[in-house]
Structures are given as structure tokens and as C-alpha cells.
Design a protein around this ligand. Sequence first.
Ligand code: AMP
Ligand code: GLY
Length: 430
Amino acid sequence: MKILVVGNGGREHALLWKLRRDAPGAELFITRGNGGTDALATSIPLDAGELQSLAGWAEQNQIDLTIVGPEAPLAEGIADHFGNHRLPVFGPSKQAARIESSKAFAKGLMARHGIPTAAFQVFTALPEAEDYVRSVAGPVVVKASGLAAGKGVVVCDDTDQALTALRETMEGGAFGVAGAEVVVEERMTGEELSVFALTDGQNVVPMVPAQDHKRVGEGESGPNTGGMGAYAPVSLATPELMERVEREILRPTVAAMAAEGCPFRGLLYAGLMLTPDGPKVVEFNCRFGDPETQVVLPLLRSSLLDPILEIARGGSLAGVRLGWSAQAAATTVLASGGYPGDYPSGVPIHLPAELQSSDDVIVFHAGTRRADDGALVTAGGRVLAVTALAPTVAAAAERSRAAAESIRFEGKHFRRDIGWREIERANAHA
Ligand code: AMP
Ligand code: GLY
């Protein structure tokens, strides 16, 4: 079997790692692989955004399955291109990817189908948006509707801040066309939870829930990033809560997409807030999360390939159940100096040899590459995601932190408090 993974970050490295375990004999390919994917897959010289060329290449090379990592090619319609060539692809159509690429669409869908989410309004004209913000009593969140790489959201404390955020998003062009339409919504409170679910457009198979750390600084301080770490499982997500999430959110959302003529086949990622009124949707993503994938997949005992192939071939997930390890996982992201602002690249990385042969530590590469002399160097803001497995989240986080300390590159920074909420909960119960 030949499998192509589109994308080249930590999430895609984790997908390859799992695929290699599921199918030791498969031939794996990746678009412009990074410094860590070489060992698992052949790198092809095409970008994730070259949709036509990728479909052509997959056809020519008789690829049996293509798995799309990032949202941008999905929003551009990569799954439709592959579908037109009758190539099995894992990832939703362009129309279905709107659940992530248009927050206005996602919020409208939830409103039309009674799926719990924060109260909201959508605006395309600044004066109306300003009037609305002045009229609401509580704090709001201002969001650019389009894709903004996780940066188009301003959580506001007061009206003045909200007015500034509106002007910057709609007039200042801070998020380009993504900000021409804004969603203003009620600010919710509670802990967040990332829930991945495999879906064939009808059946839903949830994966183990995870929590990520979006802020750059410890204690959730500083600006937002693509994600500085994650852990799983999350004890707040009891079987009862997950049953409720499935019943009130996942199944109704998948049914709503089908009812609106854009069935969602692929990986639905529900970003939830556990509010005093129950779980509510913060956002949907149309693909695996990064870095949550780096903790969820190492805990998956059963095959990922089997259900993914079923979905990509247009089959059914009826009766499919996933098997999970009883362990916990934590991942620490090592970032380049300056990230999430400007950062250098080409900085040499020293990876201790013992990490690469460890059973319970997995070093996933994100922004790395091999220099001409074969040396490993940095090539992005998020450089590595170091996942550790252990019986508890606290122990996994400790191991991940120790491994993160032992890796060296100039400017390296990372959070030493991955999983702190879970660890506080465990200590409170002890
Ligand atoms: P999003 O890109 O929509 O996931 O938003 C990014 C982050 O902003 C989320 O992970 C939350 O931490 C925060 N956020 C978004 N919407 C809300 C909301 N309605 N209430 C409180 N926080 C929010
Ligand atoms: N970890 C957040 C995301 O993948 O969007």
C-alpha cells in the first residue's frame, strides 16, 4: 500500500509514526518532509498547497490513500480535486471544510441546528458591529471569520477593548480578507477540551480527549501560538461528559452537515468549553489538531489506518470502536527564540542519542530540516514536540520536560508547566 501525507509539521510526523506501526510494509510519502520524517517516509518536492500537482502526482504514482494534515489545502478543495481523480482521500470537501474556514458558517450551522455554542452575531460593516458591542452587557470575543492561523481571535475584557479589536480586524486589515466578516460572541468561561472524532458523514467515533496550551507563557500568559504543548487523557472528560458531547454536539453536527448538503467525512475536531451550563463549542476544525495529535495517536492501540481507509473509500464506520492505552501522554513543544514573533532559522539542533531510542519518549519534528551536510537545523517557529508516555499525566509531563531540557539549540524555549490543570486536579484528590 502507498500512502501520501500532505503537510510537514509535528502533526504529520505523528501521523506517519502511527501509520508505520499500523502498516509496517506500507510505502509512505510526505510533502516536503522535515528533518524527522526522513526515517519514515519519502519526501516529495511538492507543497501542501499545490492541489493540482498533488492529485496528478498521486495518480501517476498510484497512491492508495492520501491523508491531509493542515486546514489550508482542505479549505482550498484538495479533497474535491482528489475525488475528481477517483483517488481515496482522508479529509472533508471544500464545502464541508467551511466548518473551520468560515466561522460565520459554523456559527450559523450551530444556531440552525440547536448545537450549544456562545450567543453571537455576524457583521460585515463596522458601524453595526460597534453598535452591537456597545449594546451588550457582558464581555465579548471578536473573531475574524476566515482562516487566520489561530490568530484572528481577541478575547476582550471590556467594551473599549472590543471596539479596538473590531476596528483592527475590520478596518486595519490585521487579518486580511479573513477579517472582512467578523463574529462577535458572548465570552464563555470554563476549561477547554479538544475532542477529535472520526466520521464517515454519518457515524461518529470519538477519540481520547486532550487539552492543549495555546499561550506562549507558563500559567497561560503572553500571546497565542499554534500550541505549546498538550496532554491526554483529561479527567474532567468523564465517560458521562463524553456521552453528552457525543449526543449534544458531535452527532448533531455531523447530521446537520449532511442535512445541509455538505456531509463531513474525515476528522472533526470540536474545540469545546466546559461551561457552567455544560459543554459548548468554541470552534470546529476540519482536521487533526497540532500538537494534540502528538499525544492522542501514541495512546491509540488499535489501527488508525483501518478506519481512515474506510472513510477515504466512502465506506462506513458503523460498529467501529477504537482501543486505547491506559497510559497518559504529554507533549512539550520546543520553539525557536522569538516565536510566536520573528525567529531565526538554520540554527543547529543537538538531539541526545538516548532520546531517539527511548520507548516512552517520542521526538516529533515540526520545524526542522537537514542542512546540506546532514546536520539537523531549525526551520520554523515550533521546532519539535517531545511526547512522553507514563502511567499518569504528571509523570508523563515530567518525562517530557526532562527530555525537552536535554535537547539543545540556541534560543530554545518551552513551557515547563504542561498539564498543570490536570496535575492540580490530581493533587487535590490525593
Ligand atoms: P478559536 O480560534 O475560535 O478557537 O479561539 C481561540 C481561543 O480564544 C480559544 O481557544 C479560547 O481560548 C478563546 N475563545 C474563543 N471564543 C471564546 C469565547 N466565546 N469565550 C471565551 N473564550 C473564547
Ligand atoms: N491545537 C490547536 C489546533 O490545532 O488548531
